[in-house]
Every structure is written in C-alpha cells, then in structure tokens.
Design a protein around this ligand. Sequence first.
Ligand code: FAD
Length: 418
Amino acid sequence: MHIQDGQGAKATAMESAILMLSSAVKLDLLIVGAGFSGLWLLNRACREGYSALLIESDRIGSGQSIHGHGFIVAHPTVGPWTPTEAQAQQVSTLVSRWREMCAGSGEIDLRRVRILSEQPLRWQLPVLANSGFSLRRWLGLRRKHEPAVVERSGLADAELPASWHSEQRGGHMDRLDGFVIDNRSLLEALVWPVRPYILHSRGPVVLAGDGSVNLRVDGRDPVVLQAQRTVFTAGTGSALLGSVPLHIWQQSLVMLRGGQLPDDVFVNAVDDSGRRRFNVTSHRDAEGRVVWYLGGGNSDVSSTVDGEEQIEQVRGEIERYMPWVSLAGTESACISVQRAAARLRDAIAVLPVVKQIDGFITAWSANVATAPLLADEVMELLRADGLHPSAADLRAVDGWPAPELAAAPWDNVKSWLA
Ligand SMILES: Cc1cc2nc3c(=O)[nH]c(=O)nc-3n(C[C@H](O)[C@H](O)[C@H](O)COP(=O)(O)OP(=O)(O)OC[C@H]3O[C@@H](n4cnc5c(N)ncnc54)[C@H](O)[C@@H]3O)c2cc1C
C-alpha cells in the first residue's frame, strides 16, 4: 500500500506499518472538505440513510464559505451565463427552495439561519457629473465628494431602507430576487444536525493507493476510513486531483467598521454596461459595531495591488457614489481569499460541476445559493450507481475531535487602519 500526498510522494515503510495496525471503519460515503458544499451533502446523505463522515483539516467554513457575502439570489453571481432551458428551470426554483428550508420545511431545516436582508438591491450606478477626462483627476487631485447626476429611476425612497433616502442618490434601483443570509449562521445550521459525523484531520486528507484514508489527529491512534465513495468538496484543495479544469483566482475584500455606518445596506452595484462594480453587505461584529463587507468587480485583483491601495480605491468608490454616507471615523481592513470554480470551455461554471472518476467524486460549486443543486447531483449519482444506504460501525471514531467553526472575517482580522 502506498500513500499519495499532495505532491504524489509515497509514505514511508513506518507509516505503512502504522496503517496496517490501525482500526478501520467501512462506510458508504466519505466527504472531504467542510465548506457549504460538503456540509450540505453530509446533511442530505445522512437524511437519506447513508453512513457518511465529513473530514476537515482546518476550521469549518474556513475556505471560501465564511468569506461569502451571503446573497441567495436566483441569478448566479459569478460569470456570464446563458442557461439551457433545463438549467433555467432548476435555478428558477432555487430561491423558493431556500425560503422553504429557512421556514423549517424542505430538505434541510435552516430555521437557525439569520436572514440579514429580505430586500437586497441591484443598483445601476449613476453616470457621475465629471466622469469624463478631468485635469484634476489626471493630476491625482480627486475631489472627495463628486456630485452624482441626480437622475434616478426604479424604486422610490419610500420603498427603500432608510439609509438610501437621500437627494444625492442617483441611478436606477431595483430589487434582487432573493435575500441575504449571515454565512456563519448557515454553517451553524448545517453543522447542528450532523455534528457527530464531522471529524478533524491533522493536515489535509490524502488518499492511500487503495482509495482509503488514514485519518490522524493528535492524541489518538490513526483510523483507516474505507468508503464506497469518496467525494471531494475541498474547494481549492481539490485542485491537485486534476479531475476538472479549474479557475482559481484571488479576491481581495475590504471591510469598513464603526463610525456612522448604517446597517441596512445590501447592494449589488453595477455600471451602465451591467458590469459588477461593488457589493456591500452590512454586518455586526462581535462587539456590536457595524461592518461593511465590500467585494465585487473591485475585489478581483492581481496580487500586485496591496491592501492599502485596495482600501483607498474602495473608499473612493463609496465616497463618489454614496456621498450622503459619512465614512468619518470608520476603520478599514483588507483580506484576501482564494476562490475556485470549475471551468467549462472558456467560462466559469455557474452551476455545480460533479465528476466521478474510478469511484472518486469531485464536486464544485461556484455559489452557496446553488449548493442544493450540487447535493441533488451527487445523490443522483449514488442512486444511479446502485449504492444503497447501509449502517456503519463508527466506534473507532467515537469522541474523535471535531473541527472548530471559522470566525467571521471581521472578527478574524486583527489589523485595522484608522
Ligand atoms: C468573497 C466571496 C463572496 C461570495 N459571495 C457569494 C454570494 O453572495 N452568494 C453565493 O451564492 N456565493 C457566494 N460566494 C461563493 C461561495 O461562498 C462558494 O461557492 C462556496 O462557499 C464554496 O463552498 P465549498 O464548500 O465548495 O468550498 P470551500 O468553502 O472553499 O470549502 C472547502 C473546504 O475544504 C477544506 N479542505 C481543502 N482541502 C482539504 C483536504 N485535503 N483535506 C481536508 N479538508 C480540506 C478547506 O479547509 C475548506 O474548509 C462567495 C465567495 C467568496 C469568496
């Protein structure tokens, strides 16, 4: 038996000997990676009676999942998209499927999920009065509060949350079909029903030559896990498997906290050609301060843009387009997240991609909103393969340490700029 690590290196004879002495657990499904995809799948598998375990080497949700904005919207938020009729049909029912679950019915009980906004907005930004060439701007003398053309259309002030009521607001305002959730509360809701089946691993899970996994953690003897099917929902961690062409990119997000920031801003801002400019979601940190979490077009940056430059750009966008919001007294921070999505031809796949090769399944989701579709597809694959639910003897992993839940990005970052 040999063990493959990330670089394909082989285990030492000593490690192989330890493996042979370890106790073994036979089960239906082993899932690697506890982000939204893996957690969703574990819930579905357990509900359908499969014996399943989920292994995480870091904290639960610590990959992309805790870093998301939490828009649960019918239209995917990544990449250009021309759906087939069947795909459009699947996606059209997504928001109502989520709503049912948040109300306590449906495939997973999501009543614990905190809904932050029932009214996320799509804002086509105004064309600024001086958006053409300007000597002042060319010389770097940007005015702090450039007035927007106040032409406006779409929703009126009375239909919008209080923080949008301003004479200075221009552009076109619409509702997005969907809502915004608190991602950490979704992680909690997904963990709660299946907690005993989520196990911590010391270091990334690697497959042995026979497809089993040697599970290790400090203070316990290793346990060999032998599953009928292993599913990798490991985000960027699945890149080494090479089963799906991937698009991996870096996102750099800016956070503003404190000052007079209002807590009811949930917006997807696009320019007049429909290109995403920035997203804002509002949150409360552990000390109750309002935090704005800003991503979008501005956040897809090359690694050459440093954090302070990114902060400056994002603050500038807010000052230009939302001059009625005071940023005085707010602190800023920047975080970087690696994002991964399957690539189909030249575009990012906006619906889940599930591939099975030799009994190993890799599953990619580009959005949390489409996680139910990812689980549908994997469960369908198991059924089509004739894999019937069976019980497992899990005594060897009884009391096995569970991974912790990741903290929200704004509670995790230590260095804030005044
Ligand atoms: C900035 C940002 C904003 C977003 N906004 C939205 C939004 O508004 N709406 C929306 O629908 N989607 C949004 N998304 C997308 C959404 O968050 C992701 O599609 C989703 O979280 C992917 O979940 P995942 O479980 O597939 O991957 P991940 O969350 O990346 O989870 C993978 C897990 O696998 C673990 N892992 C990796 N390798 C191994 C290994 N070898 N052994 C053990 N564990 C391993 C990692 O530690 C990690 O916990 C956003 C994402 C980002 C980054």
